[in-house]
Design a protein around this ligand. Structure first.
Ligand code: ZN
Length: 659
């Protein structure tokens, strides 16, 4: 082991008992070291290894001793030394003193990532540098940039200038207005554009990074221990490319297609040329090629795709996607790089140990490992930060979902894998900030922090010594510090938490009673079945997450979207029948328009008891409203019906409360 004696940089931090991420072994003394300060520079070899991501978790190991006589860092590699200084920065108080300690530390996972979607909304290089500074504090070591998507192409490609000239700008600042209206591109007087809106003027929005800026960013990040991972989406999420270069889609029409034509050799040539420039900018061993959510609809009717499938001896378009992805896997390997993609690429016959970024669920991680792949875990259930982190009525608009700091922290990577599989195949974890509903840098920071701190903690420390109350105490201190540093972090101390009604069970007359779903009206959808047929009378109310196993979701049925009958077992007196419905407009969950309660004693002839009407209206945040009919009655059977909103969409209900 090499030993480094150093002094430290003053970062103006407040005194902290412990750091985030928690070291694997740490002992703290009562005293403080008060020393001189100087800066710490990484040597060029370390910068090279970091920018390429060609080092192992062992290289990040270090021993840190702080005593009256000084600070001693012991590490095999300069990267370990850098990690030690990142710990030191957190241990330094406002006066520049460092608490006495003996820390022996190494990370649990090689990949501890943050993803920022810079396509749906563009964020400046200065913003990214600021995030790198913050993320480095917590030993995050990958910054994955989602550089291309329908909402904007963000990387200068010299060979194809229309990607940025046209595809980096859109006609509305608000992604929602733009996407839900008639999406148009343009920042120049391009003939494709029907009306010209100069970039930066009111209403228009966009931007891109030059190659020079990105090279500088790579270096900036590497000096702080972070590798930039570029993502170029293919074959789907490419509306902006296929409007700038419509000849690359199956139908050759601008504004019509999201998927490249995998039957056309020009698509392969184009993407290879793009990737060659990407490789020349980003030294990272890993290049992300997306691979998610291809609709493939145009492939089914395209003569070139049909010809390609015939040549390959395949009959379905899923295999055509596999061929397409595998092609770029080989292309990257030929250039000494390794492909990463979202979990849809599992079926693409890629080389073993390819990293699959799992975003859907744990079963997919298991499936990927069974196929011999490695996994980076970033499931939507725990690692998506475009979701609400606190009670939605108090929060900025989000895409939906409800992911508190505690929920992120509760994530166990590879829970369904054996110990051996976990060790061998889990490369790491990542927090993802998609930005459809994140229009400003302030909101981006608000959504990222402190949730990224939980990713840092799990990524470095693993999950064996989890202790949320302890982590929360440390996070609360970091939140104060980050806010004082000008980071618009969510104020954890004001956290309200999950919906109050969901915290205790509700007692009522219908609890435990049998519920039948009218055959002519649709059943709940399997994906949102919650606890099945007992859900609506199990006494359990839903929280702020429509997918928390308590909300039941209904989508079909034009006239009556929700139609259930409760059998109380015998005729009983009651005075109110109420049901909570959720509204979350992002994923098209709306309140019903009419709520109708009918009663019967024979279970077949019903009389309407009363109804409640609510005009359909969209709201920004997730809300829950109680629909109620209050009227004294006596009956054995209670039928509850609800009509869809004017926007159609889903209905979500958690419990029918009879009192
Ligand atoms: Zn085609």
């Amino acid at each position: 082991m090499r030993i480094f004696f150093i002094s430290i940089i003053l970062l103006g931090t407040s005194a902290l008992a412990q750091v985030i991420p928690q070291p694997s072994h740490a002992e703290f003394g009562k005293g403080f070291y008060c020393g001189k300060t100087t800066s710490i520079l990484l040597d060029d070899n370390a910068i090279d290894a970091i920018s390429k991501a060609t080092y192992s978790p062992d290289d990040e190991a270090y021993i840190l001793d702080v005593t009256d006589s000084g600070i001693k860092i012991t590490a095999e590699s300069p990267i370990g030394r850098l990690r030690a200084t990142q710990t030191l920065a957190q241990l330094t108080d406002a006066k520049g003193n460092v608490r006495h300690c003996h820390i022996k530390d190494h990370p649990a996972y090689a990949w501890r990532g943050a993803m920022i979607d810079v396509s749906r909304n563009f964020f400046t290089i200065d913003f990214l540098k600021k995030q790198i500074d913050v993320l480095a504090r917590y030993k995050i070591n990958r910054l994955h940039l989602h550089l291309t998507d329908a909402a904007g192409w963000r990387i200068e490609i010299l060979r194809y200038p229309r990607l940025t000239k046209l595809g980096a700008f859109r006609t509305f600042n608000s992604w929602k207005t733009w996407w839900n209206g008639r999406p148009e591109y343009g920042g120049s007087s391009d003939p494709l554009r029907r009306k010209y809106v100069p970039a930066g003027s009111e209403g228009a929005c966009g931007g891109y990074y030059t190659q020079k800026e990105l090279r500088d960013l790579v270096l900036y990040a590497a000096r702080r221990g972070i590798t930039i991972i570029p993502e170029i989406e293919m074959p789907a999420h490419s509306e902006e490319v296929l409007t700038a270069y419509p000849e690359l889609s199956c139908t050759h029409e601008p504004y019509k297609q999201a998927d490249f034509c995998p039957g056309n050799v020009a698509s392969y040539d184009f993407l290879e040329h793009v990737l060659e420039e990407v490789i020349s900018i980003f030294p990272s061993h890993y290049i992300h090629i997306g691979g998610d959510e291809a609709a493939k609809a145009s492939w089914r009717t395209c003569p070139l795709c049909a010809k390609k499938m015939q040549e390959l001896g395949i009959s379905d378009v899923d295999k055509l996607q596999s061929h397409f992805i595998a092609h770029f896997g080989r292309f990257l390997n030929k250039h000494g790089r390794q492909l990463i993609g979202w979990d849809e690429i599992i079926d693409s016959n890629l080389t073993p140990n390819t990293n699959i970024m799992v975003w859907r669920n744990a079963d997919i991680a298991t499936n990927a490992v069974n196929c011999g792949y490695n996994v980076i875990l970033s499931p939507g259930s725990h690692c998506y930060f475009d979701t609400y982190q606190d009670a939605p009525p108090s929060q900025p608009e989000a895409g939906g979902g409800f992911t508190t700091l505690e929920k992120v922290y509760s994530f166990i990577p590879g829970e369904k894998l054996s110990q051996n599989e976990r060790k061998k195949h889990i490369t790491g974890i990542q927090g993802n900030l998609w930005t459809e509903y994140v229009p400003t840098p302030d909101i981006a920071e608000y959504m990222l922090y402190p949730r990224m701190l939980a990713i840092a903690e799990i990524g470095w420390n693993g999950t064996e010594t989890k202790n949320y109350p302890d982590f929360r105490q440390r996070a609360l201190k970091e939140v104060v510090l980050l806010r004082s540093m000008g980071v618009n972090c969510f104020d954890l101390s004001s956290e309200v938490g999950d919906r109050a009604e969901s915290r205790s069970e509700v007692k009522h007359l219908a609890r435990g009673c049998r519920v039948s779903y009218a055959p002519e009206a649709p059943y709940y959808k399997k994906a949102y079945s919650a606890a099945g047929d007992v859900t609506l009378t199990d006494g359990k109310r839903g929280g702020w997450n429509n997918n928390d196993g308590r909300w039941q979701g209904f989508i079909s049925g034009r006239e009556m979207r929700f139609d259930v009958t409760i059998d109380l077992g015998s005729s009983k007196a009651f005075s109110s029948v109420s049901t909570d419905f959720m509204q979350m407009c992002g994923p098209e969950i709306f309140y019903p328009e009419d709520y109708i309660v009918s009663i019967s004693n024979d279970g077949s002839h019903f009389t309407e008891l009363g109804r409640m009407h609510r005009d359909s209206m969209k709201t920004l945040n997730t809300e829950v409203t109680t629909f109620c009919v209050k009227k004294k009655a006596r009956a054995r059977f209670i039928r509850v019906q609800a009509t869809p909103s004017a926007f159609s969409g889903w209905l979500f209900a958690d419990e029918i409360v009879v009192k």
